[in-house]
Design a protein around this ligand. Structure first.
Ligand code: ADP
Length: 397
């Protein structure tokens, strides 16, 4: 009986996967291969609450995929897979929804690779490796950018010469679309409202972070742009800056564009401000101990997030709820509380006890009153990918 979807999220040095049961939508096995292409490549599997860790003799992506295949073979699970779903970071304007993969689709994904040069080759490697290992199975691509393709031109255009849009695809695309889509649907269910009647600002706060304005289940604006660097303060990314910083920093640091790009992506954000860590949990602990860098980093993070959430209400015209998700959004009652207090003028009122309780997988409403709601919603991008894959690959009866 073919009742599983294999979900693959292939990065440049890691491969995350989940074997999801079509019927109950639960993960039978999850796992992560790390340090691929480096020394010390390893893979771990989690099943029934038990974890198995192995070093990979062949530490390539292909080696990782074969290790997954052997693990599943040994447990008689391989024949239960009916389709494979892949996370693909950038689909440009070519992909407005998830799609079955064929040679044409692979070529179109490849054509988007200048827009995401770090991610696309890894995503394609995952697709090719999976096609080699499972040639008989249909495969589906689920794009981070697709959900935001519904944004209107006034939201996605930069005020630069139009020829740059026409000739080079220079526009805002947005990311985290799979998470924003999942979370806004789940929030409509939590509020017992038809999705078509909802106006949400969704804040996905992990190491990367973005907000999206989602009206009636369609994205109408988001904070990330051509690349994931735009918008909020993130773990190591600066988010919005004056683009004048590029030439100024190139001069004063005697570096080039790649040097400034790396500085803004890898040494900025919470890490750059705190001079301590990119990890929110560590910064909260340090801030509580009086670390001034950690305190200012968290203050800038919260202020900029509140400002972006307020800005997103322009796209919506009204606001039903602010949604918090991702590692920080689902766990940091401290940051959620600070942000909700900054947004009191929008009608948000913090429920302190509910906020403190909404951690480690507890979702729910953290605001009081009948005004604008604040909700903690646990995201599940793997499940969203599995659902899209199942929808495009119906089971033969
Ligand atoms: P990624 O974007 O890599 O998937 P996650 O969504 O897992 O990241 O989010 C990672 C972030 O969540 C880190 O900054 C981490 O410190 C933060 N986080 C996780 N648990 C907590 C917690 N209990 N309190 C505060 N922050 C937390």
């Amino acid at each position: 009986m073919s009742h599983h979807i294999l979900v693959i999220n292939c990065g440049s040095s890691s491969l995350k996967f989940a074997l999801i049961n079509r019927a109950d939508q639960r993960a039978t096995v999850t796992g992560l291969a790390e340090k691929l292409g480096m020394t010390g490549a390893c893979i771990s599997f989690k099943q029934d609450g038990r974890k198995v860790e192995l070093t990979l003799a062949n530490g390539s992506h292909d080696g990782a995929m074969h290790a997954i295949l052997s693990y599943l073979d040994e447990r008689q699970l391989t024949h239960t897979i009916s389709a494979i779903g892949h996370r693909v970071v950038h689909g440009g304007e070519a992909f407005k929804s998830s799609t079955l993969i064929d040679e044409q689709v692979i070529a179109a994904i490849d054509a988007c690779s200048p827009l995401a040069p770090l991610h696309t080759p890894a995503n394609l490697l995952g697709i090719r490796t999976a096609r080699d290992c499972f040639p008989q199975l249909p495969q589906v691509a689920v794009f981070d950018t697709a959900f935001h393709q519904s944004m209107p031109a006034q939201a996605y255009l930069y005020a630069v010469p139009m020829a740059l849009y026409r000739e080079h695809g220079v526009r805002r695309y947005g990311f985290h679309g799979t998470s924003h889509r999942y979370v806004t649907s789940a929030a409509a269910v939590m509020l017992d409202k038809p999705l078509a009647d909802t106006a949400f600002v969704c804040a996905h706060l992990g190491n990367g972070a973005s907000v999206a304005a989602v009206l009636g289940g369609r994205s109408v604006d988001t904070s990330m742009g051509l690349t994931p660097l735009e918008g909020l303060v993130m773990g190591t990314r600066s988010g919005d800056i004056d683009p004048g910083l590029f030439s100024y920093l190139a001069q004063v640091l005697n570096t080039d564009i790649d040097g400034v790009t790396a500085l803004l992506n890898k040494q900025s954000g919470l890490l750059g401000l705190s001079e301590l860590s990119s990890d929110c949990r560590e910064l909260e602990a340090a801030a509580a101990d009086g670390h001034a860098g950690a305190q200012i980093a968290l203050d800038v993070f919260c202020y900029r997030l509140a400002k972006q959430i307020a800005a997103m209400t322009v796209a919506l015209g009204r606001l039903d709820a602010v949604l918090f998700t991702g590692g920080i959004g689902e766990n940091s009652s401290l940051l959620r509380g600070k942000v909700i207090k900054l947004l009191g003028f929008l009608g948000l009122q913090l429920d302190e006890a509910a906020n403190a309780a909404a951690i480690r997988g507890n979702s729910g409403r953290i605001s009081t009153g009948d005004g604008v709601a604040a909700l903690v919603v646990n995201t599940d991008e793997e499940l969203m990918i599995a659902q899209d894959t199942a929808a495009l690959c119906p089971q033969a009866s």
